[in-house]
Each structure stands twice: as C-alpha cells, then as structure tokens.
Design a protein around this ligand. Structure first.
Ligand SMILES: *Cc1c(COP(=O)(O)O)cnc(C)c1O
Length: 428
C-alpha cells in the first residue's frame, strides 16, 4: 500500500480502505446494521463460512445419526485433530502439537495438572498480578489439590504501574523454588505483548517449565511456539478466532513432551486406533491429542472449520500488519480528535509491544461505553477505567475506525455520557 502522511479526514480513511488487501473478507461477516463492532477481542463476529460449517455438522447429525462420527462431511471422530492442524500455523507448531479441546480454563487445569511436578524445594508456581482472574483461580485450586497453600506457593510478579509487566521483574522472580510459570502472551487489559522467547529462554536456563495463555493473541498475532521452545500453551477460539460464543478452546504441547501422562485422563486422550478396544488400561495418544478428556463438543467446534479457513487465506502475517496499522491509526485519530477530554492511552505505543486492541483509559469509562453503545459503537469495558477498542483485521474497516472516533468525539463534546450511570453491567 502506498504510504501517504496521516490525515484525520474521512477521505484518508476511505483511501486506506481502498489500499487494503484484506478488505474483501469484511463482506463475509454478519455485522451490525450501520453499527461499528469493536469488541472482537471479547467475542468475534459470525461469518457466513462459520455459519455454513456449523449447519453442515447439524445436517450430518440429521441425516446420519451415529454414523456422523466416521462418515460425515467432516467425520466428528477426527475433528479435534483436524482443527488442531488448522490452528498449528497460527501458533508456529506442528499439526500434532495442537488439539482443539475444552476451554481456556479447563485446558489450563489439564496442563498444570500435567506439567506442575513439585519436587524438593521447587514447589511454587509463578504468574503475574495483571493476569485474567480465571487463570489465577485455576492455579490456586491446583495448588490446593496438591496440599499447598496458594498464599505461599503462588507467586505473582507485581506490575510497577498497574498497566504493564517488566520482563526483568518476571525474570527476577524465577528462583530455585519455582517449578512452573504461567503467563499471558498479551495482557487482557493493557494489550501489552510480552517477550515470549526471552521469558522462555530465561525460565529454561533455570530449569523451570513455562506455559502461555494465548487468548488475546491467537488470531491477531503470529507465534513461533516450537521455535521458541515454549513447553505448553492454551487459548480460546471465540475472541480473535471468531468461533462463536463458548466455542471449543485449544492447547499446544511441545513435542518434546509427547508421551507425558495427562494429569486429567479420559478416553478421548487415547491412541485413536485403540480407543474403542475399551481396555481398562489407558494408552494415550503420542501427540497433543492425549490431553483431551471426554467426547468433543462437536457443535461448538464446527464453526471453526469455516472461521479458520479465512485465516489460512488471509495469512496471519498480513492480519498482524493490518491490525497494527489499524490500532496505530486509531491512536493517531484519538490524539488529534480527543485531546483535552481526559483520555489516556493505556497500551504500549510501539508495534513490537502492542497486542490487537487499544486500551483507552478515562475515569468515566463505564458510562462513556454506554453512550458509545447507544450510538452504535460496540466497545468493551473493563473495570475500573478501561475502554478496549479492537479493530479486527478481517472485518473492521478504516472507515469504521474513523467513524467510531467521530462518534466518541461528539459524545464527549456534548457530554451525553452524563445521562448514564458510571457503573458496569453484569457482563462487561
Ligand atoms: C477470555 C480469557 C479467558 C476465559 O477463559 P474461558 O475458560 O474460555 O472462559 C481466560 N484467560 C484469558 C487471558 C482470557 O482472555
């Protein structure tokens, strides 16, 4: 795309759309009529392709009943493995290292119960205080199950400013008492992208296993988990991957660890050729498939076939380039149009450290979000003061970004947000 200098005009937004080589994917999505959806980092939107692959699965059930497991359009028995292979290029892994199964939190339980092996003085788990709470609850309960007090055995690296983590601080916490480290790839609130290869290398130098929660990066950012030698990772598929509400999550296990017994075993972790022998001794698959537990949630997986085919066509590198360009453009517009209205940018400004969303801070964030929604812009609020705005490369246009900023500007100038209570809703 030709580089013309940034302008805050509508014409410039339209010019950016004209030069956008991913623009054609937008028309494949169901988007709110006249509205602007900027919440794809919480729940990605439905595409025609995802809808079709879900309907295909329903149709197989309708036509074939039980035979859908082996003879359907996409035989259900192999879906988790096939979708794992579709996801592998997005995380820099071999097909056998990724499986679609469970949910983020469930997969974290599975992986911690597998990889947390306290020994001697090495009994602690290291995480960070800005992590998504569900991850912390899971780690606390895993420690309790092993008879450890989470207050003593879960170490949370502190943030210096409440927004970001310093890799130096994380590394300083990697002492000889740590058995396992679990960190996010991208922080859910500030959108900070951590230096995954550096943290992995430093953990391994000290003999510590390390795994990453990729909820806020998979589908927005390329990863090279195998090259970086990450031990394991897990993520959801309903945010940037557009798999639908409650769609099935995924996990990565480095092939170095194949054959390690799952902490939580179940028959769907079996070697697939042996599963239906119904033997009472468990023979696990020699792949990431071993970490499945029970029958896969076929209908919550099916939309992923359609959704992931778009990532294959678009390519994750082009998606990342557009995402960076859109969040950069959004930040420039905010600086020009909304200065003097009390906003602060709470995400890292630089491309190397920025995830897929812009974190806009304001003391009145809760009611500004309500006013935005009332005016057709769908943002996402995170207490106490964060408005997350995620332009999604596959379906957000530059013109959407431009219009959203114009609407926000009007809300601030006319102070219409003051009509709402500054309180969050039940789901926010
Ligand atoms: C969205 C998200 C989760 C949610 O976990 P589920 O088990 O899918 O409900 C967990 N961790 C992070 C970092 C998230 O962003």
């Amino acid at each position: 795309m030709k580089e013309s200098p940034f302008l805050s005009t509508e014409e410039y937004a339209l010019e950016l759309d004209n030069g956008d080589d991913l623009a054609r994917f937008r028309e494949e999505f169901y988007l709110p009529d006249g509205g602007i959806y900027l919440d794809g980092n919480s729940l990605g939107m439905l595409s025609v392709r995802a809808e079709r692959s879900l309907l295909d699965a329903l149709n197989d059930w309708k036509r074939m009943g039980i035979d859908g497991w082996t003879q359907g359009e996409r035989p259900w028995f192999y879906q988790a493995e096939r979708l794992g292979a579709c996801l592998a290029p997005l995380v820099g892994a071999d097909a056998e290292e990724v499986i679609v199964s469970g949910s983020t939190t469930l997969n974290l339980h599975q992986l911690v119960s597998t990889f947390y092996q306290p020994e001697g003085n090495r009994t602690k788990i290291l995480a960070d205080e800005l992590t998504f709470p569900s991850d912390i609850y899971a780690l606390q309960s895993q420690l309790r199950l092993r008879g450890f007090d989470p207050d003593e055995h879960l170490l949370l690296t502190a943030s210096r400013d409440g927004r970001f983590l310093e890799e130096d601080d994380l590394i300083a916490c990697m002492n000889e008492e740590i058995a396992l480290i679990v960190l996010p790839t991208v922080l859910y609130r500030s959108g900070q992208l951590l230096d995954i290869p550096r943290l992995t290398e430093e953990a391994h130098k000290r003999g510590i296993m390390i795994g990453f929660d990729g909820c806020h990066s998979v589908g927005a950012i390329p990863h090279w988990f195998s090259e970086w030698d990450v031990d394991f990772a897990f993520w959801c598929s309903y945010k940037y991957l557009n798999g639908g509400p409650g769609s099935v999550g995924a996990l990565y296990v480095n092939r170095r660890h194949f054959g390690r017994l799952p902490g939580l075993a179940g028959w769907f972790g079996s070697d697939k050729g042996k599963q239906f022998d119904m033997e009472l001794s468990f023979l696990p698959a020699q792949t990431a498939g071993a970490y499945q537990i029970g029958t896969p949630h076929i209908l919550s997986m099916a939309p992923l076939f359609g959704a992931l085919s778009m990532f294959e066509e678009a390519g994750i590198d082009r998606i990342r380039q557009k995402s960076l360009r859109q969040t950069g453009y959004l930040m420039e517009l905010l600086a020009v149009e909304l200065s003097g209205h009390g906003f602060a940018i709470g995400n890292p400004p630089g491309d190397a450290r920025r995830g897929g969303h812009v974190c806009l801070e304001h003391p009145e964030a809760a009611r500004i979000c309500k006013a935005l929604k009332e005016n057709g812009v769908i943002p996402d609020f995170r207490a106490p003061n964060v408005i997350r705005l995620a332009p999604v490369a596959l379906y957000t246009s530059y013109h959407d970004v431009w219009r959203a900023v114009q609407i926000l500007k009007r809300i601030m100038e006319e102070r219409t947000y003051e009509r709402y209570e500054n309180k969050r809703g039940v789901v926010a």
